[in-house]
Design a protein around this ligand. Structure first.
Ligand SMILES: [Zn+2]
Length: 246
């Protein structure tokens, strides 16, 4: 492997419809209204069984991914080298907004995961930035998806293409982009162009998505095909989060 080759990491938060039911603490009244409507029409727009569909595709393609599972709804399936089963908390609660006792219950490492993603990426509050990291470290997680700092329900999250950074002994993987089953062709090609443009960067390009937003798998199939082609041309290396820290 070339020394400077972009790594690409696909991370799927697996949560069924839990976040649609919960809404988002950051929403204003109008957004809450839209969220309620979205929840009502969820069976029309989304697929609660998205995990099954994506899982079968990943097995067929032997494509490296990290599945981040909500523990009250999903548990790890067959072990393979290309699948990393990470944790997306027990009940999908916003970690920076809940008390210590709840926090410990939410992140308790019941399936001995190595990787972790926080609901709404709320992992580091400006008032006590180390709090969630310290509990994650105690639970022996080693790598988390990262997007920046929160301030109560306000936040300054951003996407970036960076090498892993270390925080309190935990590696942070910056989210770089995201996609869904109904993302436009333009959006998908912009991701591919972005990866190509950064192929010689010593960094990780992290693409996130959710299980339930893939009612239609065409974009996922397309992503896998393009990334495999890029890997064959030795432009990128496809890895999951566990492989990243090996
Ligand atoms: Zn989530």
């Amino acid at each position: 492997m070339k020394n400077k080759m972009l790594k690409v990491c696909v991370v799927i938060d697996v949560e069924g419809f839990i976040s649609l039911r919960q809404g988002n603490p950051r929403w204003n009244r109008w957004q809450r209204f839209k969220g309620k409507i979205n929840n009502l029409i969820k069976n029309f727009r989304y697929d609660e069984k998205g995990f099954d569909k994506i899982y079968n595709l990943i097995i067929r393609e032997k494509f490296p991914v990290s599945f981040m599972l909500v523990g009250s709804l999903f548990s790890p399936r067959k072990k393979t080298e290309f699948i990393d089963y990470g944790y997306h908390t027990l009940n999908h609660l916003p970690l920076t907004l809940i008390n210590d006792k709840k926090l410990e219950r939410e992140v308790k490492n019941i399936s001995r995961a190595i990787s972790f993603s926080a609901p709404l990426w709320m992992i580091e509050d400006v008032k006590n930035p180390d709090r969630v990291f310290n509990v994650l470290k105690k639970e022996k997680y080693r790598v988390v998806v990262y997007r920046g700092i929160d301030d109560g329900i306000k936040y300054c999250h951003y996407d970036a293409i960076k090498p892993l950074i270390e925080r309190n002994g935990i590696f942070c993987l910056y989210k770089s982009n995201d996609f869904q089953g109904n993302s436009s062709k333009k959006k998908m090609t912009s991701i591919f162009r972005d990866i190509e443009k950064n192929k010689d960067k010593k960094a990780v390009y992290c693409i996130t998505t959710h299980d339930f937003v893939h009612k239609n798998l065409n974009n996922f199939v397309w992503l896998i095909r393009v990334l495999k082609e890029m890997q064959e041309k030795k432009m990128i290396k496809i890895v999951n989060m566990k492989q990243l820290i090996k």
